[in-house]
Design a protein around this ligand. Sequence first.
Ligand code: ATR
Length: 286
Amino acid sequence: MILSGKARLAGVIGWPVSHSKSPRLHGYWLENMGIDGTYLPLAIEPENFEAAVRGLMHSGFGGVNVTVPHKEAALAFCDEVDPLAKRIGAVNTIVFKNGRSYGSNTDAFGFIENLKQGAEKLDFSLGFSGLKTVVLGAGGASRGVIVALQDAGVQNIILVNRTRERAEVLAADLSSGADGMITVADWDDRNNVLNGCDLLVNTTSLGMAGQPPLELSLDKLPKSCVVTDIVYAPLVTPLLALAKERGNKIVDGLGMLLHQARPGFEAWFGEKPEVTEDLRKFVLES
Ligand code: ATR
């Protein structure tokens, strides 16, 4: 695409940023919709974050996505932050308007949209309120997932993390003011809490290419349980492969990445993008 002088500009800020699939993803939408605009990978060191974002804001950028390790700094930086991003404690999408910055977090949206679309594709329904849900992991990604589940109406969340204190802090943080319960369980109990589980979510980095596998026995997991992983490289993680083999429905994590990008794209480029099978293939090819 050859740009005009009126081209719309956006990008992703990370350190490093070379692994990010966002430029390819947004580039696909821009190209397919024939939009006069571009989306750049922006490698910004932590100490330069604020100066860089300010510079982009005053250079005509419509906004940026923010990824590791800048999401908390982005929350502190923005002039206004939406309530959901405040609850999650991180901003991943910034929109600039009239010299002001507006921060939001679209990870929760991405997670739930992926789950809903996965359910539709696999022909099962997810009535969220009655689900016993087990969430593995209490890192940054887990916060977005738990907020998404709470907002979808899930009342019963069991949170399991290697470092129990981290899970306790997260549970206390996200329980206040929310309906339902977050119960913390020990990492050593992770196989047992799967008894009666309706939805299992892995938010740890285990199972990701280059990371150790997630050691989990699914013997107690009901066959009716839906299993999802936010790791998408590999697309079918060992956890998903095992779950599928024993007959559970599985939803891979790629859709979360694709759906979380939609609100930013729409804000910066003025068109509603779609998540299609073609897009999934295109993003995976890289
Ligand atoms: P992210 O922002 O992607 O969630 P993170 O904040 O570093 O990244 O969190 C990584 C998650 O994977 C945490 O839940 C972490 O457990 P701890 O809180 O105990 O560190 C989990 N994790 C990473 N390596 C692990 C391992 N070898 N065994 C168990 N859990 C692990």
